[in-house]
Structures are given as C-alpha cells and as structure tokens.
Design a protein around this ligand. Structure first.
Ligand code: DQA
Length: 145
C-alpha cells in the first residue's frame, strides 16, 4: 500500500475557524476523513505543527519511507530555507499545496522557498488541492533516463 504524508504548518490547525472567507468553514481533521474515503488504497499519515523544527523533524523521520509528501507549510513557505533543505534532503517526492490563491494576495505570499524542491504546486483550489496532490503522488513514478 502506498503511503502519503500530509504536512500542515502553522495556523492550519485553526482551519474552519480561521478567516473562513479565505480558508473556508471546514476543519482539516474533518476533511481528512473525505480524503481517506476517496483513497482507501492509500495509507495517509497526517502531521500538523506550528513549529518549524517539528515540521523538519517529521520530514526527516518519514521522508525516506513514504511514497510522497503533500506539504502546506503555511507562512513558513515564504520564509523557510530550512524546510526547503529538508525537502531536498529526503527521497520522497513532494507537492506544495496552498488553500488560498497566494498570487492574488499580498506580495510577500508570492514567493515560496519550497516550490523549487517540489514536483509541483497547487494553489487557490481550497481543500481540493490536497486530494489532487494525493492523486498525483499515488501514481508518481521515477522515470529513469
Ligand atoms: C496558506 C497561504 C500562506 O500564505 C498563509 O501564511 C497560510 C496558508 C494557504 O494555504 O493558502 O497560513 O499556505
């Protein structure tokens, strides 16, 4: 069974309560049930932390074993070279997800340190972005040239 790690960064524990006009009314824990139902053949691991070092530790811990990482690093996306380095260090392919369309928001949200370390980026599609990322990673294969 494929294993996919979903990582959410700071303030994403408040989904459903936090700025609902931007991030919606649904908590992530509730949405996770939907993803689990959509992908019964995938073993999903979920980790959320408000602390940069804990996010890095989790990438190190599971990033050599899982088949893919879906990461929404929240505001650390725009600041953290350390999380970018962690994604480079491990073998699992990663997809970066943002619930909101960061490019339609403040200019400080337009740059991501993580994008270059990811296979792709999904922004602005709400929580659906996570399931699209899982779907991609489920079928991801390293193409050996
Ligand atoms: C976010 C966008 C970030 O700019 C912001 O800091 C977040 C959430 C998103 O999912 O849209 O915390 O990553």
């Amino acid at each position: 069974m494929k294993q996919i790690l979903i990582i959410n960064g700071p303030n994403l524990n408040l989904l459903g309560k936090r700025e609902p006009t931007i991030y919606g009314n649904r908590s992530f824990v509730d949405y996770l049930k939907t993803i689990e139902e959509l992908f019964p053949d995938v073993q999903l691991r979920y980790f959320q932390s408000n602390h940069e070092g804990e996010l890095i530790d989790k990438i190190h811990e599971l990033g050599f074993d899982v088949d893919g990482i879906v990461i929404n690093a929240g505001a650390y996306t725009h600041t953290s070279i350390a999380i970018a380095d962690a994604l480079s260090a491990v073998t699992a392919p990663a997809v970066e997800v943002h619930i909101s369309n960061v490019h339609a928001r403040e200019s400080f949200r337009h740059h991501s340190y993580l994008s270059a370390k990811c296979k792709g980026v999904i922004v602005g599609l709400g929580l659906t972005g996570y399931e699209l990322a899982v779907r991609y990673l489920m079928s991801y294969k390293v193409i050996e040239l």
